[in-house]
Design a protein around this ligand. Structure first.
Ligand code: FMN
Length: 174
């Protein structure tokens, strides 16, 4: 089961829409996946699940277990202030260190309103995942000017869709 992680907890995010589209693409290829939304994390997890409180927040632990059981991941990463959202790093800091992602595999998708497509954010995240021993697929689609390439909450840009299909094929082989 591939885990698709929505890299923001912003309500009604575009990232969630892209995650749903990615799930459809994987299903078309015969692969089942589960979407995990950081929005579902307990609102107080930064105070009740990190550092000396690691493992003490049952709701966080339940979410953590669903991530931990994964072997392959897709991270949908919106560009916030030139990098990835702080909530994603806080979530990673709450994971059991160092083994949650060791020897596992992931694919990264960047999105932005501007021209960057989350490129720098994906580089920052790649460094972190490599440090944690996770293998990151080389192909990282950067979906820039995302609002102009969506219509009725659907991704309409043919090239972007082709990139997601190609990445999904590679992830299944990875
Ligand atoms: C806090 C915040 C910071 C943002 N910073 C940037 C940015 O630095 N560059 C950019 O192109 N878009 C920026 N955006 C726009 C998001 O990248 C854009 O809305 C995104 O593609 C979809 O994010 P969503 O999943 O939260 O909807 C920012 C949005 C928010 C909420």
């Amino acid at each position: 089961m591939i885990k698709i992680i929505v890299g923001t907890n912003r309500p009604n995010s575009i990232s969630k829409l892209i995650a749903s589209r990615y799930q459809e693409i994987l299903r078309e290829k015969g692969a089942e996946s589960e979407i995990l939304e950081l929005e579902r994390l307990p609102a107080d997890f930064i105070k009740t699940a990190l550092y000396e409180n690691n493992g003490r927040n049952e709701e966080y632990n339940a979410f953590h277990s669903r991530v931990k059981e994964g072997k392959k991941f897709v991270f949908i990463v919106p560009e916030y202030n030139g990098s990835f959202p702080g909530i994603l790093k806080s979530f990673i800091d709450g994971m059991t260190y160092p083994n949650t992602f060791r020897n596992k595999k992931c694919a990264l998708v960047g999105i932005s309103s501007g021209i960057g497509g989350g490129g720098i954010a994906l580089s920052h995240l790649t460094d972190i995942f490599h440090y944690l021993g996770m293998h990151v697929l080389a192909l990282k689609p950067k979906l820039a000017k995302i609002e102009q390439n969506m219509s009725d909450n659907l991704l309409t840009n043919r090239l972007y869709l082709d990139l997601l299909h190609t990445q999904a094929d590679m992830l299944l082989e990875f």
